[in-house]
Design a protein around this ligand. Sequence first.
Ligand code: GTP
Ligand code: SPV
Ligand code: MN
Length: 589
Amino acid sequence: MATPMDLFVKEMRELFWPDEVYIMDGSQQEAEKLADIAQKSEVDGRVVLKKLNDKEYPNSYYHRSNPNDVARTEHLTFVCTSLKEQAGPNNNWMDPKEAKEKMTSFFKAAMKGRTMYVIPFVMGMSKSKYAKNCVQITDSAYVALSMRVMSRVGKQVVERIGNSSDFFRGIHSIGDVNPNRRFIMHFPQENLVMSFGSGYGGNALLGKKCYSLRIGSYLGYQEGWLAEHMIIIGVQSPDKKVTYFLGAFPSACGKTNLALLEPVLKGYKVWTLGDDIAWINIGEDGQLYAINPEAGFFGVAPGTGVKTNPVMMKTLKNDKFFPTLFTNTAIDNSNNTPWWEGVSDEVPLDLTDWQGQKYDKNSDKPAAHPNSRFTVSIYNCPTLSPEYDNPKGVPISGIIFGGRRKDTIPLVYEAKDWNSGVFMASIIGSETTAASSGQVGNVRRDPMAMFPFCGYNMGDYFQHWLNIGKRVKKLPKIFMVNWFRKDENGKFMWPGFRDNSRIIKWMIDRIEGKTGAKESEIGLFPEENAIDLSGLDIKKEKMEKLLKVNREDWKKEIVMIEEFYAKFGNKIPIDLRNHLTDIKKKFGM
Ligand code: GTP
Ligand code: SPV
Ligand code: MN
């Protein structure tokens, strides 16, 4: 008897007309074979993979994508629910029938002359009741290999799915990489995503943003849990106690760096559980528990170096898991290693840039694309938490929200309670980054760092957050941070990176009730000298500036918040509207 998965594969074969169909078994031999094939084949006029220096970067390959396909494309990403209101003003919407017809016309015979890869994968560890079965179809060997790193791929998933038709269907073809024929269509009500015309990260690795966040957030809304754009870390203090945090920052705003943090403070250690996505459930004891559905990092390369992120550098040089991929970095031809801004102070003499051209040292453009990334297994990470594979997840004591803001937002503050924290997270603004196509540096609202990833109406999503709060017995504390405040000369005021451990220490002290807080218009602030600055040369006035609530800036901020809220009309929960009224009063508005 054919299983629902067999029937799905058959249907896809009939749609795509591939020369061959290959169902992945998840073995290392298979991955090595795929890497061999990819080194010999061209897609879109480019060799798919190039082997890198095995001594410096074991098991590593280089991939260069089409220059028109280097980031997520939010304007081509749609949520296709039966009613437009269900998708909300935060999503592009298309009628599901129309969207499917459009995509089917692109898909028809698109894999002629190509291999159709069938990738059975599970998001979450197999034994977890929170894990979800998925199958992705793709015609890109690069995508197939990336999925092996980013999720748990293999035969065992086919068995896990068995006779069930309850699995996510992700249908992807790179097509002709034409931005005019590029769409990423989500059908949350059918557990289905169709993606065409892009081979890049969030557009093509469908287990990631498409499933684990957009479809996942919708499932969470239906089933009473949360799918979030969050890291998961355990912070060990000198008394050996581990405190678990979630942290949400918009794309390219510091999640991976915080997730693999090597604290500057003695006696502290960060255990890594996840760097991008968390699924959060209410456990049997009424506390929030988080799992990372992913199994790898798809991290921003620029800025990653021995000084800023030594743990990631070790992860990239670890030979445990095959393969590690580098996409759109530059190449140092002297030793065939990937290179990006920040990995060394010196720019190598013989450098090929991300577009394959000889790099001119005097160029004002970077050699690596600002959104160039590495794809590496989480099992390569030396600080991987022993709890990573715990099917229950880890109990959460603190949630950190943040954004990239040169002004207005203080270095750190704390919400008075859960609902104030939800309000605080709902008004996050952040400067846009190279992780998404479009202009970089514009402040836009990015509530919970989920604006591009919430698969349903964000007004309903806010209410869902408030509802979760009512069901949880021991609520985590909620904090807001901004590592990116700048001075008059445009320089970052806070050293950031490893020094961020100083702020985390303060949070642990707050969670444990070891330190008080000062109240301000927007929340609770550290008391004098409560942040451990030992060994750091930073002036008192600078700290005051970093923590300052500038009333004029906040008045402007509130105007933007009101404009954002207005888009959602009465979908914004009354409690959040009341918080807005309160904060306006506090600023005399
Ligand atoms: P996505 O993978 O896109 O979701 O991003 P992410 O949030 O994981 O971002 P990541 O940690 O990779 O950081 C993105 C950029 O921010 C990199 O260029 C980092 O070097 C920079 N960055 C991270 N943390 C800090 C910090 O504390 N201070 C400063 N100034 N820059 C930082
Ligand atoms: C992000 O943009 O938030 C990422 C990279 O983590 S992508 O997988 O392309 O979404
Ligand atoms: Mn992300």
